[in-house]
Design a protein around this ligand. Sequence first.
Ligand SMILES: CC(C)(COP(=O)(O)OP(=O)(O)OC[C@H]1O[C@@H](n2cnc3c(N)ncnc32)[C@H](O)[C@@H]1OP(=O)(O)O)[C@@H](O)C(=O)NCCC(=O)NCCS
Length: 247
Amino acid sequence: MASSAQPIEVFTAGQRPDLWERSRTVFNGVWPEYNMHGNDTPKYFSALYPKYAHLQVLLYDQNTDSIAGRGRTIPFRWDGTLEDLPAGIDALGLRAIDDPQPPTALSALAAEVAEGQQRRGLSALIIESMSAVARRAGLHPLVAPVRPNWKDRYPVTPIDRYAYWVRSDGLPLDPWLRVHVRLGGTILRTETSSLRIEAPVTDWEQWTEMTFPEDGEYVFPRGLAPLRVRDGVGLYFEPNIWVVHRL
Ligand SMILES: CC(C)(COP(=O)(O)OP(=O)(O)OC[C@H]1O[C@@H](n2cnc3c(N)ncnc32)[C@H](O)[C@@H]1OP(=O)(O)O)[C@@H](O)C(=O)NCCC(=O)NCCS
């Protein structure tokens, strides 16, 4: 690619391996600590580079010589039906790395904007760049298991209610989902058990800076859904909203 909107340039990791290496530590602070401990996420996130370097996008800020944003994607086989859509992001990632057949579609895995660059509208550029690499690679459509970024304000609301809340202008209440919809994305369905984070309660206490004194359900800071604690183990499933972008 290498385009365009000055002073932000878009590259793939294949075009700029040096930027990809630099990007590895840029975005840690944008995620809640608990979110970095998915049980299955290391398996598929570690498969992206170098194999799919041409499908990873980087937003480079020339003015500050810094990485402003990153979009990570994974190609997978999908027949385009709801029945064949993976349950959630974990199921998608595991299918993508295990499937011996060639991929047909592209899925977003994560969009990240650096802390100092947020609220400038760069997130739309990440989605547009993902669409561009999908088109170039002949992978159709682009789907996204969207992590709705205001869901932590409504942790006990079911995702299949939250996903369809709209503002008076008809666009989604959730800001990140709104970006997708404004770019032409449509909701396919929601998933309550998309990403599994199951770990000893002591780990959860460290990640959340909370204490969980007894078995039960707990709302915790920045959690999109409650944490279930039982017999010393904390189990959390992150919900997602599947969105499709027809290319
Ligand atoms: C989600 C994320 C990619 C958005 O990137 P961004 O560049 O800050 O967002 P933008 O400036 O493009 O704004 C997108 C929309 O969100 C809104 N928004 C962004 N941050 C907001 C905030 N803190 N409060 C309220 N609204 C906010 C914007 O107003 C805009 O909506 P609008 O155009 O309808 O008004 C970024 O916050 C991020 O990296 N978050 C951490 C990782 C993550 O959760 N990624 C998404 C799941 S993969």
